[in-house]
Write a protein that binds this ligand. Structure first.
Ligand code: LLP
Length: 412
C-alpha cells in the first residue's frame, strides 16, 4: 500500500517524510492493511479443512504476530523462542507447528508442556528424544516427519531446502521406514507429513512435483496401517521483488496441490515471505553522497546489519526516493556505514541524486529484514512503526547505546 500523492511517497495514508521526522531513521515501516490482505489471500484460497501457519521467522514483532493471531492464523515456528513469542501474541497452541533440525531437549519439553499441534521431526534421533521427553512428562507427542522430497526448485542455493543432500528432513528414500519406526514408539502419535522445498519460489511446478512425491509416501505409509491426517506443504511462495516477476498466487498453488491428495486430508501451509515481505519497507536517510573511482554512492544510515539480504543472498530490493524529483538519474550504489565491502542495499541503480538528509525507501523488506538484523558494528537495533490508515504507531522502540551492553556482565 505504497503510493505517491503529489511529490510524496505514502504508506497507506501516512507520508513517509512525516514518519522520518517523528520516529527518526532508519526505521522499518509496516502497512497493517497490506499484511491483512496478504494473509487473507491465503485464508480465502484454503477451501479445504486446514490451517495457514504463518512462518514467524520472517517477522516476529509482537504487533505483527498479534494481528495475524487475531485473524485466526496458526504459526510455523523453528525455536523455543519463536513458540514463546507466538504464545505471548495469542496464537492458539493447537495451531502451532514446530520444525527445525536441531531442537534441543529444553525446547522439546517447552513445546510439549505448551501443547503445540505437532513437531515436524527431522531425524530419528530427534524422534527418540521427543518420545523420551513425552514419556517423562506423561504426555503423547504429535508428530509429522519432515520429508526431504529431493526436489530442486529454481531459487537461490542458500534458500533451497528440499534438495537431496541438504541437512533438512528425512531423506526421501528413508521416509516409510521412519513412519514404521515411529509407529512403535509409545509416546508418539503420528499426525501428518511435512515438506518445505525452499523460499522465493515463483512457480507452482516444483511444489506440485514435491506434493506428488509426498503423496506417494502417504500411500505407502497408509498401506502400513498408519493414518496421515495433515499434509503440511511448507511455505516458499515468492514475491515480486523485481518489477515484472510474476509469483504464483496462493490460490494457484492450492488448486494444483489439493487434487493430488485424497479428499479427507487436512492441509497446512506455512507462508512467511508472501505475507510479510510486501507489507514492510526500510526507510533510510542519505548521510553523505560521494563520487569515488568514477562511481556515485549514496551512503545511508541503514546498513547490512539492518537488512542483510542484499549482502547475503545478493538479493534485489527496489529502492526509491520518498520525494519525487525531476533531478537527473545517475548510476548509483546505495551503501551503508558498515566496515565491509558487502555492505550495500543496491548496486548500479539508476537513481536521481538525492540531497544529503533526503530519504530512500528500500522496498519489500518486511520479511527476513528486522528478523535477521544484528547489532554488528555496535549499531543499536532499529525502530519499527506500524501504519494503519492515517495512524502510525511505534511497535518497537529504537534501541539506545545502553541496550548494547544490556546482557554484558562487566558493563557497570
Ligand atoms: N516453513 C519452513 C519449514 C521454512 O524453513 C521456511 C523458511 C518457511 C516455512 C517460510 O518460507 P517462506 O514462505 O518465507 O519462503 N532468509 C532467507 C529465507 C530463508 C527461508 C527459510 N525457511 C531470505 O531472506 O531470503
Amino acid at each position: 500500500m505504497l503510493s505517491f500523492k503529489g511529490k510524496d511517497l505514502y504508506v497507506e495514508n501516512v507520508k513517509l517524510s512525516d514518519i522520518a521526522k517523528k520516529f527518526g531513521t532508519s526505521t522499518y515501516v509496516y502497512s497493517k492493511n497490506q499484511l491483512i490482505k496478504n494473509f487473507q489471500n491465503y485464508k480465502n484460497a484454503l477451501t479445504k479443512d486446514g490451517i495457514i501457519c504463518f512462518a514467524c521467522k520472517t517477522n516476529s514483532n509482537a504487533a505483527i504476530l498479534k494481528i495475524l493471531a487475531k485473524l485466526g492464523a496458526g504459526a510455523d515456528t523453528t525455536s523455543g523462542g519463536e513458540i514463546y513469542r507466538c504464545l505471548k501474541a495469542g496464537f492458539n497452541p493447537s495451531k502451532i507447528v514446530y520444525a527445525g533440525v536441531g531442537k534441543t531437549a529444553e525446547e522439546i519439553e517447552y513445546a510439549l508442556k505448551n501443547k503445540i499441534l505437532m513437531f515436524n521431526v527431522e531425524s530419528l534421533e530427534e524422534l527418540d528424544l521427543i518420545d523420551k521427553i513425552a514419556g517423562k512428562l506423561k504426555v503423547k507427542a504429535k508428530i509429522a516427519f519432515r520429508i526431504n522430497p529431493h526436489v530442486d526448485p529454481d531459487t537461490h542455493s542458500y534458500i533451497t531446502t528440499g534438495k537431496k543432500g541438504t541437512k533438512f528432513g528425512i531423506a526421501y528414500d528413508d521416509a516409510v521406514n521412519a513412519y514404521v519406526t515411529a509407529k512403535k514408539k509409545k509416546n508418539i502419535i503420528i499426525s501428518g507429513i511435512h515438506s518445505h522445498i525452499g523460499s522465493q519460489i515463483l512457480e507452482t511446478k516444483s511444489f506440485a512435483l514435491a506434493a506428488k512425491k509426498i503423496n506417494k509416501i502417504v500411500k505407502d505409509v497408509e498401506a502400513n496401517g498408519i493414518n496421515i491426517e495433515y499434509i503440511d506443504c511448507g511455505g516458499g511462495l515468492g514475491i515480486e521483488y523485481v518489477k515484472g516477476e510474476k509469483p504464483a498466487t496462493p490460490k494457484q498453488l492450492m488448486s494444483e496441490i489439493f487434487p493430488l491428495f485424497d479428499k479427507d486430508k487436512k492441509f497446512i501451509f506455512e507462508p512467511g515471505r508472501s505475507i510479510t515481505a510486501s507489507a514492510g519497507h526500510l526507510l533510510a536517510k542519505v548521510i553523505y553522497r560521494k563520487i569515488s573511482g568514477g562511481k556515485s554512492f549514496l551512503i545511508t544510515d541503514a546498513g547490512m546489519n539492518d537488512l542483510i539480504r542484499p549482502s547475503f543472498y545478493d538479493a534485489y530490493h527496489e529502492i526509491i526516493p520518498i520525494k519525487r524529483t525531476s533531478a537527473k538519474k545517475v548510476k548509483t550504489d546505495v551503501v551503508g556505514p558498515i566496515c565491509e565491502s558487502s555492505d550495500f542495499m543496491g548496486k548500479d541503480r539508476m537513481l536521481p541524486v538525492v540531497e544529503q538528509g533526503g530519504c530512500l525507501l528500500i522496498k519489500d523488506a518486511g520479511a527476513y529484514g528486522a528478523a535477521m538484523s544484528s547489532q554488528y558494528n555496535s549499531r543499536p537495533l532499529l525502530a519499527e512503526v506500524l501504519v494503519d490508515g492515517n495512524k502510525a504507531t511505534l511497535i518497537k522502540r529504537r534501541a539506545a547505546y545502553e541496550d548494547l551492553l544490556l546482557n554484558e556482565t562487566s558493563s557497570k
